[in-house]
Design a protein around this ligand. Structure first.
Ligand code: NAP
Length: 312
């Protein structure tokens, strides 16, 4: 059972959650931050962050998140590990349930981010994790030294993953379902100019093949123009095809769009249809999805929560 009613609970420890924590902590609200399975959020699985203002030389994602966390803790933020499964949001105080333990709070900031999307093809589930299929080059790239790997996707993440993998791998095939990358020009140019990166255009992965002793041996790719399939030998498959927002525990109380993103209500970007409940970061933003915009939303959510608590 919950022991007391918190002033404000923040769910999530990515850029949005930790910025909300810094602001609410500095407002003397002693926020409780609940962190899920990936403390620090998506940035901890990124290599270099070059576009967060204030770091002219870039900063690695893990260090940035570690600094944000220390900054939040310095002003009195408390952290607890808890994966929220369900939420009772009909009126404040709100109740969150993480299995056996429940939490209550007067104001709630949801900053649960998004999780990597998977392909859903045969072989993927069986070989996911340490067996050859992954969504994190920063975490797993070094295991594929001097090997041929593939990256699936055409966005900034796919280019970033592919470029990172060139440090270790013999070759990186970048498999994209169209003939033009979605990535920003600077990332796309950088990836396509790299001698180790070979684009495979108009191609979709239909199967990931493994070997009996464990590990990946090849991906089967279908050419979307000719319809022909071929096997592309590789030892690692890095999937970078976007993300799915982590909003399920808060549905149907909060409105989501057709892709599962929270739909903000009211005049602020971070309000919801329930007074006292705010959303911030990638769980509520399918347009910008940047570290700095998530941090900005975290700040807005914190200020809204602070005002709402003062008024009630
Ligand atoms: P994204 O921009 O949504 O790109 C996803 C890519 O995966 C697209 O190329 C898409 O193809 C492809 N895709 C989606 N579903 C697929 C499927 N089922 N099978 C095959 N391909 C599929 O996602 P992201 O690259 O993760 O980037 C997310 C956000 O973070 C973006 O705003 C990006 O700018 C930002 N970001 C920035 C940086 C940076 O600035 N350094 C780094 C990483 C991410 P289509 O193109 O055909 O739709």
């Amino acid at each position: 059972m919950s022991e007391s009613i918190e002033e404000v609970i923040i769910v999530g420890t990515g850029c949005a959650g930790l910025t909300a924590a810094i602001y609410t902590a500095r407002a003397n609200l002693r926020p409780l931050v609940l962190e899920g399975n990936l403390p620090g959020g998506q940035l901890t699985t990124t290599s270099e962050v070059e576009n967060f203002p204030g770091f002219p030389e870039g900063i690695d994602g893990f260090t940035l998140m570690d600094q944000l966390r220390k900054q939040a803790a310095r002003f009195g933020t408390r952290f607890e590990q808890a994966s929220i499964k369900t939420a009772e949001l009909s009126a404040s105080p709100f109740t969150l349930s993480a299995g056996e333990k429940t939490y209550s709070c007067k104001a709630l900031i949801i900053a649960t981010g998004a999780s990597p999307r998977l392909l859903g093809v045969p072989g993927e589930k069986e070989l996911y994790g340490g067996k050859g299929v992954t969504t994190c080059a920063t975490c797993d790239g070094a295991f594929y030294r001097d090997m041929d790997v593939v990256v699936v996707g055409g966005g900034d993440s796919a280019c970033e993953e592919a470029l990172f993998l060139t440090r270790f791998c013999s070759s990186v095939s970048l498999i994209h379902r169209r003939d033009e990358l979605r990535a920003s020009k600077i990332m796309a140019d950088r990836a396509l100019a790299h001698p180790k990166i070979k684009p495979v255009w108009n191609a979709v992965v239909t199967e990931i093949k493994g070997v009996e002793e464990g590990g990946v041996s090849a991906v089967v790719v279908r050419d979307t123009q000719s319809g022909e399939s071929r096997s592309l030998p590789c030892k690692g498959v890095f999937i970078a095809i976007g993300h799915i927002p982590n909003t399920a525990p808060f549905q149907p109380a909060l409105e989501v769009d057709e892709n599962g993103y929270f739909v903000p209500e009211g005049r602020s970007q971070v309000g919801t249809r329930i007074p006292g409940v705010y959303v911030a970061g990638d769980c509520a933003d399918h347009v910008y999805r940047q570290a700095i915009t998530a941090a900005g939303m975290g700040c807005q959510a914190a200020m809204q929560a602070e005002r709402w608590l003062a008024e009630h």
